[in-house]
Design a protein around this ligand. Structure first.
Ligand SMILES: [Mg+2]
Length: 268
């Protein structure tokens, strides 16, 4: 059996000094759309949180746990054997209910103005991301999205199509970073994330921004602390932009490295 991804390979940006890769759910959006669908239409919040804890402890992997969440959504809505929680239904529910961080658009424009490509790297499904983008950020429709896809069936059921089905992450986000780390000279990679789907990418970024969640679901932050991975908490893209400005406008390479060392200290 082939282990190759069935999905198209991402475009790689060459000759850039900086690149931004960002998780979508819970990082650019204010709430995770997959959590929303699972909590509202599938197994519910408490079972979903238990599964997330199992992933973090290494007792389950993201790929299999996330698939269980999706299957709970289609199984849960059945009426007389018919699926009511179809993909269209869930996509529309997400577009209606999920909001984006209102500082992201300004951040994206700042990056564009300074020749910094911005790529969305998501463990979600592209049509759902596009539906939310179209609603709130229509001007960003050219943004590159590296994510999973979806398979729909005649009976209304649906399933995720993983980018890296051989990986326990389903979409191994470290593979989106790797081509940039391998370049010479390599660009500085700013990675933004918040949750269990970002664990594979956490070690690959030059500068890792971890979104702080007042609701206590800080899975990536906890993972970074346990594994002593340098990271910087942020609550809005406006705040992150302030730090990135210092780095990209540093007068010398030495000054730039000093700023990075100061803003991303060793984890005690
Ligand atoms: Mg996330």
């Amino acid at each position: 059996m082939s282990q190759e991804s069935p999905l198209s390979e991402p475009v790689i940006y060459h000759g850039k000094k900086f690149i931004v890769l960002s998780d979508w759910d819970g990082t650019i959006t204010t709430q995770d759309s997959n959590d929303f669908v699972t909590d509202t239409y599938g197994m519910g919040r408490s079972d979903r949180v238990l599964l997330n804890q199992r992933i973090r402890k290494g007792e389950d992997n993201f790929r299999d746990a996330f698939r269980k969440m999706i299957l709970s959504v289609t199984a849960n809505g059945k009426k007389e054997g018919k699926v009511t929680h179809t993909f269209e239904f869930c996509k529309n529910a997400v577009a209606e209910n999920i909001k984006v961080d209102d500082t992201f658009k300004g951040f994206y424009e700042f990056c564009e103005m300074n020749d910094i490509p911005v790529v969305i790297v998501s463990s979600g499904m592209e049509p759902i991301i596009r539906a939310v983008l179209n609603k709130y950020l229509a001007s960003l429709d050219g943004i590159q999205i590296i994510s999973n896809e979806v398979k729909t069936y005649d009976d209304g059921s649906w399933d995720i199509q993983y980018r890296h089905p051989e990986s326990g992450f389903g979409h191994d986000k470290s593979k989106a970073i790797a081509p940039y780390r391998d370049m010479d000279p390599a660009p500085i990679v700013f990675f933004f994330g918040d949750g269990v789907s970002d664990l594979s990418a956490a070690r690959g970024a030059t500068c890792l921004f971890v979104k702080f969640k007042p609701n206590g679901e800080n899975e990536l932050m906890e993972y970074c602390i346990i594994n002593k991975i340098k990271h910087r908490l942020f609550q809005s893209f406006e705040e992150a932009q302030g730090v990135i400005k210092l780095i990209i406008f540093a007068k010398t390479e030495e000054e730039r490295q000093n700023i990075i060392a100061r803003e991303w200290p060793e984890v005690a």
